[in-house]
Design a protein around this ligand. Structure first.
Ligand SMILES: Cc1cc2nc3c(=O)[nH]c(=O)nc-3n(C[C@H](O)[C@H](O)[C@H](O)COP(=O)(O)O)c2cc1C
Length: 183
């Protein structure tokens, strides 16, 4: 697929099934994540690629977080199931590096670019994904389970797999609502 077509027609896909990307395809996805704009070359990102038992491990972290946060029995049970909505979940972390000229917001921005880059690399190779966050992205229990420092952030859980259905095209937006030209 042509790069411009990819960017102009991209859609997310919540219904993801096996196979997940593997081998060279997965390597390309992770390489794309590390080729993003990055002020001062700090590489302020880390990725945890979960599949198979790794998804159960992720679900266990969510359910422990649900317990720690006093959630209901049904929320605790649901938490365990969340990661198995796809055959692979990449946890994308902004790994903050203290720097005079590069504030935290820029490092989070760079990590967010990684998520988009991974999703586009997946699409380009016949897979798709869905960027999710929710309460387990902003939960101290989950963050400490991954060993994050105080200033680190989970910028997203990128669910990856093979699209179960074709995704309809997204209506294009009216650029005048968002863009001002100064010329
Ligand atoms: C930072 C971020 C977090 C998101 N978190 C969720 C989420 O937790 N659940 C969800 O259904 N969609 C979430 N989305 C939106 C989806 O990834 C997706 O963009 C949306 O469903 C629109 O579909 P599209 O990408 O095909 O336009 C999030 C998007 C971003 C950028």
């Amino acid at each position: 697929m042509d790069a411009l077509e990819l960017l102009l027609t991209r859609r997310s896909q919540p219904k993801l099934v096996e196979p997940a990307p593997s081998g060279e395809a997965l390597n390309n996805i992770l390489k794309a994540a590390t080729q993003v704009p990055d002020h001062a070359g700090l590489c302020p990102w880390r990725f945890i690629v979960c599949s198979g038992e790794g998804l159960d491990r992720l679900g266990e972290i969510y359910s422990q977080a649900a317990i720690a946060n006093g959630k209901s029995e049904s929320d605790i049970a649901r938490a365990k199931q969340l990661p198995i909505r796809a055959p692979m979940v990449v946890v994308a972390i902004a790994n903050y590096v203290e720097h005079d000229k590069v504030p935290r917001v820029e490092q989070i921005g760079s990590a967010a670019c990684s998520v988009m880059a991974m999703q586009m690399a997946a699409l380009a190779q016949g897979f798709n994904g869905m960027w999710r966050t929710g309460s387990y992205a902003h939960c101290e229990h989950v963050k400490s389970s991954f060993g994050l420092k105080t200033d680190d952030e989970i910028v997203g859980y990128l669910y990856l797999g093979t699209p179960q259905f074709a995704t309809p095209a997204k209506p294009s937006k009216n650029l005048e609502d968002f863009v001002t030209f100064w010329s």
